[in-house]
Design a protein around this ligand. Structure first.
Ligand code: RUQ
Ligand code: CUA
Length: 650
């Protein structure tokens, strides 16, 4: 076994060297100019698609336009973001509350857009956090993170988020098997003792997330997932690896078994079971953080208890299906009939038939069981195999025209093949070592398949060098013809594990332009300059401040003392699109705040030294932006300087 593994590694390295040395992705002459036209979006014109890219270890999401590859925005999600003050303002700090305390960073992986009847509806974007298991919901009206829920009992929340076709559920799968409940025990005794809970989070009409139940699976590593759709709606499929339950040197020890498993879960059955009082309430503590658009404030609630289901207690709900060699991706085609599993260490792709899976279940056509969970017969559930398609298959997307596109990490290519005939019809190199790929709507019943974006893990020589660290590269292909055509390269931020693309027309008319000041329910709002004031409460000072082009009110404050805790509650009075103002205070040890029209945000400042200290607006908002500043007089702790505030001496 070890020799086989080494041969595999050698091939991997050889493949990488080969592909990196083979830089002929650029086209020259007439071809290049016609490709340039295809990605050219003239000044002032709009892109056809939004692409929401996971930021991986940046913890955030970036928003791009396709085909231009222009980056429009970084949406802070799991990480503090000084650009806007997210995670620094008092209103947003609760978003990072967890049962482990304040966790202001995360590892974001798989964004997915909400669906109605199997089609992208453009309401919300969900994305998972791998490290401290969480899922976030982002509003696609405000492009702000509105909710984060922690997933208890889970570790390495990778098989997530993935939306069912009416946004009934999203999921969270445990990539690192762990004791459940957590306990102090020898690591070497993990076999049979650790668990791999799969969490089903219900989404209500306003998008709010609630943990409905956890399926307490055997302690394998659950890596990726996709919901059934169309005919397989009601089911969820997960890949698992390390069915060896190895606890050390997994690169060798988790590659021993010839086959690992896909898990097929009938979630409708489980939901019914729970709705009828099934499952067991078990202890759990997890944070649920919700941002309110009207108070502009997040609250964090520590939740207690989840419903846990033993997969063996619900007849007909949970099955394992064998799959060759440590699978990674698990993808479902638009018809819902085909489930594609990619064994990273296999050169073949196994495609399962939903119809055959149902037959095997009906006939109890089992090969055996794993911890009491039936294992369906491999051969009899298989629809077909794409043989020798490439090296290191990872992820597959679909065009809705009967074709599938699979990425191969080691041979560094995207391979196009036909569903049902399983023949490879095209292959194009990627630069280099592609991970995920994305076709807008590729995750739905109706892919919008004009472009394909390959998200590569290695950049090397694709751009001007920027020191040892390079942004990852993405490649845009035109997939409207028989052959894929490489159009364009563009850098991405962090590590875009996955992306979700959607026609711009489904979002852009619903995008919020500013917040209505009249609807601002922030407890410290000042809706006009006449409502501004400064209130002392012991050594706590609350400043109710406003900002409008091009001044703060008040802009002179006296009577602040060393040792005070000064809360600047600042409301942007503007009621117009794209007129944020910033606030920054000398010596403040958080970040500046960028405050949107109609919004209130709070910054805490603890003055350390006597003097007269300036604050200013950080966003060039008008011709007199440089004049948008103010002063705070700070006196000694025991001074009797009178508390007063003014604008233009009034
Ligand atoms: S991963 S390259 Cu989805 Cu995090 Cu596969
Ligand atoms: Cu307000 Cu610059």
């Amino acid at each position: 076994m070890k020799t086989i593994k080494n041969i595999f590694l050698l091939t991997a390295v050889a493949g990488l060297i080969l592909s990196c040395g083979n830089n002929n992705g650029g086209k020259s002459g007439a071809m290049a100019s016609s490709n340039a036209e295809k990605v050219y979006v003239a000044p002032g014109e709009h892109d056809e698609y939004y692409a929401f890219m996971s930021g991986g270890y940046s913890g955030n999401v970036t928003v791009y336009g396709l085909p231009s590859g222009r980056m429009f925005k970084e949406i802070p999600v799991f990480s503090q973001f000084p650009t806007s003050g997210y995670g620094y303002s008092e209103e947003t700090k609760p978003m990072f509350n967890t049962s482990f305390g304040f966790v202001p960073w995360g590892d974001a992986h798989h964004p997915d857009i909400s669906q109605t009847n199997g089609e992208l509806d453009g309401r919300w974007l969900f994305i998972n956090e791998n490290n401290t298991p969480r899922i976030a919901r982002i509003s696609l009206a405000t492009f702000e993170t509105e909710e984060i829920i922690e997933i208890p009992h889970s570790a390495g929340n990778h098989a997530s988020s993935f939306v069912t076709e009416n946004t009934e559920y999203i999921v969270a799968g445990t990539r690192f098997a762990v004791p459940n409940p957590q306990r102090d025990m020898p690591i070497s005794e993990m076999k049979g003792e650790f668990k791999g809970p799969l969490t089903f989070i219900a989404i209500d009409d306003s998008g709010h997330m609630k943990i409905d139940f956890q399926l307490n699976m055997p302690g394998f590593n659950y890596d990726l997932a996709h919901p059934g759709r169309n005919k397989s709606h009601g089911w969820f499929f997960f890949t698992s690896y390390n069915t060896e339950e190895a606890n050390t040197l997994l690169e060798v020890n988790a590659s021993q078994n010839d086959k690992d498993y896909i898990v097929a879960v009938n979630w409708q059955k489980l939901a019914e079971f729970v709705a009828n009082g099934g499952g067991k309430k078990v202890p759990a503590t997890y944070a649920h953080n919700v941002y309110d658009e009207k108070t502009h404030t997040a609250t964090s609630t520590m939740m207690e208890g989840v419903t846990s289901i033993d997969p063996r207690e619900v007849e007909g709900a949970v099955y394992y299906i064998p799959i060759p060699k440590s699978p990674h991706g698990c993808d479902v085609d638009p018809s819902g009939e085909y489930i594609i599993g990619s064994g990273k260490l296999s050169t073949d792709l196994s495609i399962y038939s939903f119809t055959k899976i149902q037959e095997a279940i009906a006939n109890k056509d089992y090969e055996g069981d794993a911890y009491g969970i039936p294992v369906l017969n491999y051969e009899n559930t298989l629809a077909g195999v794409v043989t020798q398609a490439g090296l290191g298959p990872l992820h597959t997307e679909f065009d809705g025209r009967g074709n599938a596109y699979t990425t191969f990490f080691i041979s560094s290519e995207v391979v196009k093949w036909k569903l049902e005939t399983w023949e490879v019809v095209d292959r194009q190199p990627t630069y280099y070592s592609v991970g995920h790929l994305m076709i807008p709507g590729g995750n739905s019943r109706t892919p919008d398949a004009k472009y394909l974006v390959a998200m590569n893990k290695i950049t090397k020589d694709r751009y001007l060098p920027t020191g040892p660290e390079l942004e990852h590269s993405a490649q845009l292909y035109d997939i409207t013809g028989d052959k894929m055509e490489l159009l364009y390269d563009f850098p991405t931020h962090g590590e875009p594990h996955y992306a979700a693309g959607i026609a711009a027309s489904k979002i852009k008319d619903n995008v919020k332009k500013y917040y209505d000041l009249e609807e601002n329910n922030h407890p410290y709002v000042a809706k006009s300059e006449s409502e501004t004031k400064v209130v002392r409460n012991g050594n706590e000072v609350h400043v109710y401040m406003t900002m409008i082009r091009s001044h703060f009110s008040p802009d002179n404050i006296e009577g602040i003392k060393v040792g005070d805790k000064v809360y600047f509650h600042i409301t942007n009075l503007e009621q117009d699109f794209d007129v944020p103002h910033g606030f920054s205070m000398i010596g403040a040890n958080t970040s500046e705040l960028l405050i949107m029209p109609g919004q209130t945000k709070t910054s805490i400042w603890e003055p350390k030294r006597e003097g007269v200290w300036p604050f200013y607006c950080t966003d060039f908002c008008s011709a007199l932006h440089q004049e948008m500043q103010g002063y705070v007089r700070v006196s000694a702790k025991n001074s009797d300087t009178e508390l007063k505030w003014s604008l233009d001496d009034e």
